[in-house]
Design a protein around this ligand. Structure first.
Ligand SMILES: NC(=O)c1ccc[n+]([C@@H]2O[C@H](COP(=O)([O-])OP(=O)(O)OC[C@H]3O[C@@H](n4cnc5c(N)ncnc54)[C@H](OP(=O)(O)O)[C@@H]3O)[C@@H](O)[C@H]2O)c1
Length: 316
């Protein structure tokens, strides 16, 4: 049997990378092997991946040499950055550059870079529909990824640019689940008006990435957007109502109100939702459900994700 192609996965103990490691391990005859990269190979999550059959290797994406070492001998690499660990676009771009150059050094044949649109292409800094943040960004955690795309091209690594979507898991981990209002009624709150928000089960991102690796060179040099469904706030609320058996409403607040909520990153997320609202056609259009399903036949709808996860959503 031919030797398996090793995929080195950054963020393997996290949402996106973890989904990819499990997708590779769940397909033992697929011809790929998973190398799970982590800062701490002795952590509980890293040891769990080793027990499932992944090779676990230490990495720190702040250190290019450590990434080159961790990528050595790999056919493919999944590259992701962790904006919410530091809130710094500059750190995110530096880390992207480290991974791009390391992939070149290691001779990686296919990189998937988990990225987003640079929103400043449609909302230049002098467009005052939304505030400029950190001096030169509109949506810092998007712009920093988008402005880093060229680092992979410049390094000369064959790359697929994977544009992901809002994780429905944010209802569990990011405090975006239904909250009970003063009237005692449950509601979700997004500044999306009546526009559609592309969403995805976080675990499906890794499965789609695996689908891209399986397609060989088909997606090299291409931008691929993925989502599980495009839903309005009202449609999400209806699905939550059906799942919980209790009415869940939708508060369509203004982006300004959302930016003013005061939690860390509220301004960044307020701008992000406004961008998705104001450019609904382009943003949804860049995330084809058919393409996503062709990459991952198990792609979940919001209702299917809720059926598996509703008990994990904290209810106030
Ligand atoms: N929330 C959303 O809706 C959403 C949607 C699309 C995209 N995103 C983007 O997804 C990205 C985060 O990905 P995720 O959700 O998969 O992450 P995550 O679940 O928060 O996982 C964090 C991972 O970061 C790794 N890590 C942190 N710093 C590292 C470093 N210096 N070197 C190596 N590994 C490091 C950790 O691994 P160890 O601790 O094991 O080292 C861990 O696996 C963010 O940039 C965000 O913008 C989020």
């Amino acid at each position: 049997m031919a030797e398996k192609k090793v995929i080195a996965v950054v963020g393997a103990t996290g949402a996106q990378g973890g989904g990819l490691v499990r997708a590779i391990l769940n397909d033992p005859s697929g011809g790929f092997a998973a190398r799970a990269l982590t800062r701490d190979p002795n952590s509980e999550q890293a040891r769990a991946l080793a027990a499932l059959g992944a090779e676990v290797v230490q990495v720190d994406i702040d250190d290019e040499a450590s990434v080159a070492k961790a990528f050595a001998g790999a056919y493919g690499a999944f590259c992701v950055t962790f904006f919410w660990a530091h809130f710094s676009p500059e750190i995110e771009s530096t880390q992207a550059g480290n991974m791009a150059r390391a992939a070149k050094t290691a001779g990686v044949q296919h990189v998937i870079w988990s990225t987003f649109e640079d929103t400043r292409k449609l909302v230049p800094l002098d467009d005052d529909r939304m505030p400029t943040l950190q001096g030169k960004y509109k949506v810092p955690h998007f712009d920093s990824k988008g402005q880093s795309d060229h680092l992979f091209t410049d390094a000369g690594v064959p790359t697929t640019f994977l544009q992901t979507s809002f994780y429905w898991d944010n209802l569990i981990f990011f405090g975006m689940g239904p909250q009970r209002g003063e009237d005692g009624k449950l509601a979700i709150t997004f500044p999306m008006g009546d526009k559609k928000l592309p969403g995805i089960a976080a675990g499906d991102i890794g499965k789609c990435a695996y689908g891209i690796f399986r397609r060989g060179s088909d997606y090299i040099g291409k931008i691929v957007g993925i989502a599980g469904e495009h839903l309005t706030g009202a449609q999400m609320a209806a699905a939550l109502t059906a799942a919980f058996g209790e009415e869940v409403g939708y508060n369509a607040v203004s982006p300004d109100a959302y930016r003013g909520f005061g939690f860390p990153g509220a301004d960044d997320l307020g701008n992000m939702f406004q961008y998705k609202r104001d450019f609904e056609a382009a943003y949804c259009g860049a995330r084809s459900l058919d393409v996503s399903r062709s990459l991952n036949s198990e792609l979940k709808t919001f209702a299917a994700w809720l059926a598996e996860n509703k008990e994990r959503i904290p209810m106030s």
